[in-house]
Design a protein around this ligand. Sequence first.
Ligand code: 5AD
Ligand code: SF4
Length: 482
Amino acid sequence: MQSLDLTGIDLIKEAPIQEPQRQYYYIAKAKQYVDRLAETLGRTPTFCVTTFGCQMNARDSEKLVGILEQIGYKEETNEENADFVIFNTCTVRENANMRVYGRLGQLSRVKKKNPHMMIGLCGCMMQEAHVVEKLKKSYRYVDLIFGTHNIYKFAELLATRYESGSMVIDIWKDTDKIVEDLPSERKFSFKSGVNIMFGCNNFCSYCIVPYVRGRERSRQPKDIIREIENLVADGVVEVMLLGQNVNSYGKTLDEPMTFAQLLQEIEKIEGLKRIRFMTSHPKDLSDELIEVMKCSKKICKHLHLPVQSGSTRILEKMNRRYTKEQYLKLVEKIKEAVPDISLTTDIIVGFPGETEEDFLETMDVVRKVQYDSAFTFIYSKRSGTPAAVMENQIPEAVIKDRFDRLLKEVQDISSKVCSVHTGTTQEVLVEALNDHDTSLVTGRLSNNILVHFKGDSELIGKLVQVHLDECRGFYYIGHRLS
Ligand code: 5AD
Ligand code: SF4
């Protein structure tokens, strides 16, 4: 990441009102405090950002890291040794919340030993009023709490925390604001997530996301294109376009634009080799998009298309706005247009009122679609959502039994589906040295499957041709041809 030029900023003056200039001002201000802290400690202060949840959160964390590095912190991978620990939280299922409370408890001991340590909490879980109440009451040692809508204000909130010396809490209910041009640090040099929209208007009855991420708003296409052009100039060859429901991109823009049109614009960017996107809602996936995917040279042959349930009755209660038949028809159309596409999905087991027959409909969809992989979730009751107060919540033992049967089916199918590419040669983007054997590298096929083959770190970030020799369940062993 390029360093921001902070030299022209006069901290004697009031902070500018305009963004992002206001945040640049606070970055300069926070930097003064961090410089002082460095003097006290006799070393560079360190941070550790831990991300829970989805790719959206992972991208947000990169923005936090970008700002932390600008103000003078350096990264420390061991949470317990860091001077500033941040949890970027998720609240999609209850167990995500429990993990955060558990980790916070552990940190209180560490904080007692390091008086300079700060703890920050942000992300989706902070958008829930009962969470913030609990933190205020029982976790007084937390220094900074903010939400999903004001993450761009991180530097300002941090400067306020340094100035006040006490807990700072700033949570917004919603926003229509998108602030561009803030620093961010990428985890990978060769690939990057790019937000194209924020929020969600779908209100699936089980889902808390619309309540914690607010209303849907799209970034201007020119801002997205400019960001990707800059990324490409900086060595990025693959982008993942991020949104809760990318298929409804552009509907709220002053000059509306479809997601398919945006993809075509992105395709034109020279030097960009691969385009991925996440997540697609089946109800909004257009014929236009299928056509663009069919003709594209850069869009990866992978579609994540959450089905959630195979029962039309349950889908209706989930407010998904498609039937089992419509979903299967859509899948057929996609497979016909892009025959070698890999399909993945999300499935919830144990939604209120789910009967054995409903569950068998889900199993039927799984068998018919033949997913490359499926994320299976046990229904989790999220207070404030319509499903939380529905009758007929399913007993744990019944859910567990269905979940195990589903998981087995999904795994059997995916190992079969995965192996169909054995013996072919494919283009692979090399991502890393292999964790277990450093004479190997790990890369990703266009369809998102991993392959391990002989190579060294020189190859990281490069696209190479690899022959897929053998399928081992969910990944391949191969050898490089070019
Ligand atoms: N319980 C279980 N799974 C859920 N998901 C969203 N909300 C819930 C919930 N209340 C799952 C959906 C979604 C994925 C990101 O998380 O399958 O697609
Ligand atoms: Fe979790 Fe949803 Fe927030 Fe992502 S958007 S972090 S899945 S609650």
